[in-house]
Design a protein around this ligand. Structure first.
Ligand SMILES: [Zn+2]
Length: 80
C-alpha cells in the first residue's frame, strides 16, 4: 500500500512516524513503584521482585503512538 499523503498545512510530504507520549500522573506512580522496588532490594530476597519492578517503573508513563508527520512543517496526526 503506497499512501502518498500531503500535509494539510503546507502541502509537504507526510511520513509515518512513532511518537512517544508522556503521562505525568503515571510517571509519578512510576517513581513510587521505583522506590518500592529499591526498598525491596534492601530486603535481600526482595531483590528478585525489586529489580524487575524498578526496570518496569522506568517505562511507566510512556506510550508509543503511531502518527503521520509532515517532513517540512512538523504537523502531525494520529493514525488509526
Ligand atoms: Zn506540513
Amino acid at each position: 500500500m503506497s499512501e502518498e499523503l500531503k500535509c494539510s498545512q503546507c502541502g509537504g510530504q507526510m511520513v509515518p512516524k512513532k511518537k512517544t507520549e508522556r503521562n505525568m500522573g503515571v510517571q509519578v506512580a512510576g517513581v513510587l513503584v521505583f522506590m518500592l522496588g529499591l526498598i525491596l532490594c534492601f530486603t535481600g530476597l526482595g531483590a528478585f521482585f525489586g529489580v524487575p519492578l524498578m526496570i518496569g517503573a522506568c517505562f511507566m508513563g510512556y506510550k508509543k503512538k503511531k502518527i503521520m508527520a509532515c517532513t517540512s512543517c512538523g504537523y502531525f496526526f494520529e493514525r488509526v
